[in-house]
Write a protein that binds this ligand. Structure first.
Ligand SMILES: [Zn+2]
Length: 375
């Protein structure tokens, strides 16, 4: 099955997180035919597929996911989201760019390499999960990595196929990601009749000073690899619906995207300090979805850059922006991690698509990378 046919076939599967919905059933026999040994490890609601070929030596692992985010209103799509329609070299559908197309590029790269070369003291692995986009309650890839590590599995190099490219394929790679820390705050005031201001404490007034402070707060200055830590408010709710009641509570959800200059503990204590300095009454809960990670050794990064240069004739820039990725779990394996994938301008949007030509370029870069590492 070629890149185009396999990508279309995977897009046809409605694998909304945390469901693989049968993508692995398509992929696993292809990998086995190529000589990979594979196993599936499920945890909570997440399914994972780990396939490896080669008996010894360092391992290059391609990391990807088969789950996709919801489509949004289907009637807004020009090409139905699970159709995999092809127009002008672009294949359309939810997950085309993020990241079923690139999973297929991994597979075809390994296939072409193995048809023309034998593996000598080197291993190629493909690791796929069905809950990269979803919530931690369904489980992530971290539990599988703990199990693999316990079994003595080692992954020296990890190529994460997330859509890293900005304007031109392979113009940008990531060697790290910021951490993500979310919080839910409940500010507690005192409910009462709107005509009796001395008998109420309005949490909407209370929050105004808080927002002002948060908006101007500098959490850190960033560093050469990361932008400064950013704070954003995503949701805020208060009010009973009635026009003559001052509400007793206000709820606010917020998120930190934090760089390696701050830790989650530091941010939590600074945030609480602000609340305490303003004498606010509150309840607060936190959820840490990922710590920052950064590849500091340069061997693998340089091999990826050289491979890109060889195939495209240009040098990528290193940019560690964007959301977090499953690379954060791979950092626990002490792997050198680089993210390189297709353009990210349509991901999670209506009419998500990827250029088939770009996928072929990525495939060729991956073949070049395997050659450089394995031979
Ligand atoms: Zn993704």
């Amino acid at each position: 099955m070629n890149l185009e046919t396999l990508t279309k076939k995977l897009i046809n599967i409605e694998s909304i997180s945390p469901n693989d919905a049968g993508c692995f059933d398509v992929i696993e026999p292809i990998l086995r035919n190529m000589g990979f040994e594979s196993k599936r490890i499920s945890y909570k609601n997440v399914e994972n597929l780990f396939a490896v070929i080669g008996s010894d030596g360092p391992t290059l692992c391609f990391l990807g996911h088969t789950d996709v985010v919801p489509t949004g209103p289907e009637e807004l799509w020009t090409h139905p989201p699970f159709s995999g329609e092809i127009h002008d070299d672009h294949i359309y559908g939810r997950g085309a760019a993020d990241m079923k197309g690139n999973v297929c590029a991994f597979i075809e790269a390994a296939d072409i390499f193995l048809k023309n070369n034998s593996l000598n003291n080197f291993r190629i692995a493909i690791l796929l999960t069905s809950n990269e986009e979803g919530t931690p309650e369904d489980g992530f890839i971290d539990e599988l990595l703990v199990q693999l590590k316990e079994q003595g599995e080692k992954i020296e190099y990890c190529l994460v196929g997330e859509p890293s490219s900005s304007r031109k394929v392979a113009d940008t790679i990531r060697i790290g990601r910021r951490g993500s820390l979310s919080g839910s705050l409940k500010l507690i005031g005192k409910q009462g009749h709107i005509a009796y201001p001395d008998k109420v404490i309005n949490p909407i007034f209370l929050v105004s000073d808080l927002i002002h402070t948060l908006k101007n707060k500098k959490w850190d200055s960033g560093n050469e690899h990361f932008q400064p830590t950013a704070f954003q408010i995503s949701n805020m709710n208060s009010g009973t619906g009635a026009g003559n009641i001052v509400p007793g509570e206000l709820a606010m959800d917020f998120n930190f995207r934090f760089c390696s200059e701050s830790t989650s503990d530091q941010l939590i204590s600074q945030f609480e300090q602000i609340l305490n300095d303003l004498n606010l009454k509150y309840e607060l809960s936190w959820s840490l979805s990922g710590n920052p990670f950064l590849t500091t050794k340069d061997f693998f990064i340089n091999q990826v850059i050289a491979s890109i240069n060889q195939i495209t004739g240009h040098e990528p820039v290193i940019n560690n922006g964007g959301g977090t990725s499953d690379g954060r779990f791979m950092a626990a394996m002490d792997s050198e991690i680089v993210e390189l994938g297709p353009l990210n301008d349509s991901i999670h949007k209506i009419d998500e698509n990827v250029s088939l030509n770009d996928l072929k370029t990525l495939r060729d870069i991956y073949i070049e990378l395997i050659k450089r590492l394995a031979t």
